[in-house]
Write a protein that binds this ligand. Structure first.
Ligand code: ATP
Length: 418
């Protein structure tokens, strides 16, 4: 099995990611997150929000709607310019994005046609229905609320607005599991600065570092991360500088996050300005954007943490983002005295961290399952526990077991999770 097949199989087997509408054959470009996946994805988003909003003094968050007045998309240029060139293979009639021609076995193509990525929705109850769009990027929700945020809070330039939410694109070639989907989630910061070349370049460089360090601090392999600067032919016409953080996936180096210096393009297209209260000078701020994909980060954290050690498979995820921090087991599922004690520990730990329970099968199978979910510690209540009030704590990465007193467990895990 190749690496992607292993990841897709594990994701399904352990409840990370399922095909959307799987019982009806799935639906191309759409995915569902299962019980383990929803926790992993939520933890990634929470860590992002912690770094980009809570730990800073100059960033506030918003949560804009998915469907917006279509004028937004006219002004932003998405209705005319948000396109991918599409080619069709003359031999087998499969369609590809023009930049993906090399991945195909045949080499006889139609002329490239542009193809708008916006997903239309029809609104209203009477005909003709009103044409609107599912947002193609979450970014515009921030720009159209720029004035609302300035007027309703105490922010002053330089400051940022953060947002996490769903976006939709009619991708020509969805694929590589969740990497290119038609519905996906983005986590973005739009940071507004004075229109100054030097200062804005420094902000751009600072955010490159902040974002790269974020992936590294959560344990992603440094060797599999790099920046790929946009070359002149790829860079958006309005952007001053742009770079991608790429991850070396089994299908090659792939974009995980974009960091863009967007100049004054966005606020200008919506005719929005900022007035400095001290000097009374009005100007159009410039924007530095960090735009990450939640699903791509989730996929790459899964791939990056996947570890095979002989017959053992485990996800070496940073405990901050694992679906569960601890799994609690009674050594045997059919001994009420063990189950009672284990359930007390389970309920107690649950008050301060995300904990899972398992009492099926033998202990080896339970370790095997928790390893594949990435649970860093398993707690087993055995017959000795009834006498000495201690339990066995087993470490995911080393497989080592330690005896810990029950009343010290919470402190023990909290220390490790710091
Ligand atoms: P690509 O070149 O791969 O199509 P993009 O340059 O169009 O991506 P952006 O518009 O910069 O992507 O979007 C910011 C981020 O949103 C990307 O870095 C990626 O993580 C995520 N993203 C974009 N399109 C998709 C998609 N179809 N499926 C999943 N995530 C996506």
């Amino acid at each position: 099995m190749d690496m992607m097949e292993k990841i897709v199989a594990l994701a399904k087997r352990r409840g990370f990611i399922f095909q959307s509408s799987e019982i009806y054959g799935g639906y191309r470009g759409f995915w569902d997150y299962g019980p383990a996946g929803v926790e992993l994805k939520k933890n990634i988003k929470n860590e992002w929000w912690k770094t980009m909003v809570y730990e800073r003094e100059d960033v506030v968050g918003i949560d804009a709607s998915i469907v917006m007045n279509p004028v937004v998309w006219e002004k932003s240029g998405h209705l005319t310019a948000f396109t991918d060139p599409l080619v069709e293979c003359k031999e087998c009639h499969k369609r590809f994005r023009e930049d993906q021609k090399d991945t195909h076995e045949h080499n006889d193509w139609t002329e490239a046609k542009t193809f708008n990525l916006m997903t239309e929705v029809l609104l209203g109850t009477t005909e003709p229905k009103e044409i609107s769009y599912l947002r193609g990027e979450i970014t515009q929700g921030v720009f159209v609320n720029f004035k609302n945020v300035v007027d309703s809070t105490r922010v002053k330039i330089p400051f940022g607005i953060a947002q996490i939410g769903k976006a939709f694109r009619n991708e020509v070639t969805p694929g590589n599991f969740t990497f290119r989907s038609r519905e996906f989630e983005q986590m973005e910061l739009e940071y507004f600065v004075k229109p100054d070349e030097k200062e804005s370049k420094k902000t751009f460089e600072d955010f490159k570092e902040i974002r790269m360090n974020w992936y590294k601090s959560l344990g992603m392999n440094t060797k599999k991360l790099h920046f790929a600067d946009h070359t002149q032919d790829k860079i958006a016409h309005y952007a001053k500088y742009a770079t991608d953080i790429e991850y070396e996936a089994p299908f090659g180096w792939s974009e995980m996050e974009g960091i863009h210096h967007r100049g004054d393009y966005d606020l200008k297209s919506h005719d929005l300005k900022y007035k400095d209260n001290l000097t009374n000078v009005e100007y159009t701020p410039w924007v530095i954007e960090t735009s990450g994909g939640v699903d791509r980060a989730t996929l790459f954290f899964l791939i990056d943490s996947y570890t095979e050690d002989g017959d053992r498979i485990y996800l070496k995820l940073n405990p901050k983002i694992t679906p569960y921090k601890v799994a609690v087991f009674p050594l045997l599922g059919n001994k009420p005295e063990l189950t009672k004690k284990a359930r007390e520990i389970y309920k107690d730990l649950k008050k301060s961290m995300v904990v899972t329970w398992d009492d099926r099968g033998n202990i080896g199978k339970r370790y095997f399952a928790q390893d594949e979910i990435g649970t860093p510690w398993c707690v087993t209540v055995d017959f000795d526990s009834l006498k000495d009030n201690s339990v066995t704590v087993r470490d995911r990465d080393t497989g080592k077991q330690e005896r810990i007193e029950i009343n010290k467990l919470q402190e023990y895990f909290e220390e490790k999770l710091k």
